[in-house]
Design a protein around this ligand. Structure first.
Ligand code: M6R
Length: 363
């Protein structure tokens, strides 16, 4: 049932272009003229969106905050489900609450969902298991269509969550008059290309395996990103610590000099996730601060980024250039591959890492 792969995680990483294409077929009009979300997905009159989840699903929500705010101009709160109801969140009756979960059974996310019922205009869930408790108890459940995910480390569920959240942010932008039909069509065309681009990114497995052989020697690894790549840095670190047991942290690159830079020396690999976008130069200057302290930089960027900033780095991984909005979905692939190959190099149990369960049904 692993389809010729050594691990479910490897199979699920490789399945991403296919399941993403399926999700797009489901949620886009067949002639690509627009979105085909259920009619209830109408953001007219919605004043705020509250996104709640745990773990990797929470990090998908953190990426989505950038999209909803930058593209749709809609204010967003993002909460870790286990914290949400204990901070007595102030909820607007015109707001939507959106719960993201692969399993749909995560106890904290379900408790958070029950906490908002009757206090917001609509309770929406983005779930991979359509028969789950979270799906059943929400006003509207949108399936992520990633297919069954067995590996404890979430991979294809994450990129499908991101894709659906991107479509919701685009719908919000269109409903709020922030996106012309032409701009929407351009974004949808870029999304349609994404499975092909991901296939290309999956080819770099050998390069990643070589780099991972050295990462496996490290005690600590840092991930840096700015803007919507900051949550990806957090996801890279989460994935790596989860399956390789190497201590890893993600930081917003601009935050480095406020403390974490003290950790940098020649033994600390620093993985910089930086597409050549509007924030690139700022991230590169943070990267140079790392190199000045002898940190070993792995730059993950596109060909232009690696060409412009590659001097003096330890290693690089080059991805195709994509619509900046979609970069977090594409950059999930090297994050997953790095974690996978580092765990393989260390000989840990990739699909069943110690102390972890696929579905966390206790609070
Ligand atoms: O089933 P859920 O999406 O609600 O699970 C949430 C987290 O437990 C999950 O994403 C966890 O962080 C993963 N093991 C990360 O790879």
């Amino acid at each position: 049932e692993k389809g010729g792969y050594k691990h479910f995680m490897a199979k699920e990483i490789a399945e991403q272009p296919g399941v993403l294409a399926d999700a797009l077929n489901h949620y886009l009009a067949s002639d690509d003229s627009g979105l085909a979300l259920p009619a209830e997905v109408d953001f007219t009159g919605v004043d705020r969106v509250t996104l709640v989840a745990c773990g990797t699903a929470f990090l998908a929500c953190q990426v989505a905050k950038y999209w909803f705010e930058q593209i749709a101009g809609l204010p967003v709160d993002v909460d870790i489900a286990s914290e949400f109801r204990y901070r007595d969140p102030v909820l607007s009756p015109k707001s939507w609450a959106l719960f993201v979960s692969q399993s749909g059974e995560t106890a904290d996310t379900l408790a958070a969902l029950r906490h908002v019922q009757g206090k917001v205009a609509k309770v929406v869930s983005v779930v991979n298991v359509p028969t789950s408790s979270i799906a059943r108890e929400s006003d509207l459940a949108l399936p992520t269509l990633a297919g069954v995910e067995v590996g404890v480390a979430s991979t294809k569920a994450f990129t499908c969550q991101l894709t659906l959240l991107a479509l919701l942010a685009l719908k919000a932008a269109a409903d709020r008059g922030r996106l012309s039909p032409e701009a929407l069509a351009a974004r949808l065309a870029a999304l349609r290309n994404l499975p092909g681009v991901m296939n290309h990114a999956l080819q770099m497995g050998d390069d990643v395996a070589r780099i991972a052989g050295q990462l496996a020697e490290a005690q600590d690894i840092l991930f840096l990103g700015r803007g919507q790549m900051f949550p990806l840095a957090l996801e890279g670190a989460l994935k790596l610590k989860e399956i390789s047991y190497i201590h890893a942290e993600g930081y917003a690159s601009g935050e480095l000099k406020h403390g974490p830079i003290a950790l940098i020396d020649s033994h600390v690999p620093v993985i910089v996730m930086a597409p050549r976008d509007a924030l690139f130069d700022k991230t590169v200057s943070n990267m140079q601060e790392v190199m000045a302290r002898h940190g070993q930089v792995l730059l993950i960027s596109d060909a232009r980024g690696v060409h412009e900033a590659g001097d003096g780095i330890w290693a690089s991984l080059t991805l195709p250039e994509v619509d900046p909005m979609l970069a977090p979905i594409l950059y999930a692939i090297p994050a997953q591959l790095l974690a996978y190959h580092t765990a393989i190099a260390k000989g840990t149990d990739v699909d069943q890492p110690r102390n972890l369960a696929k579905s966390v049904t206790v609070e």
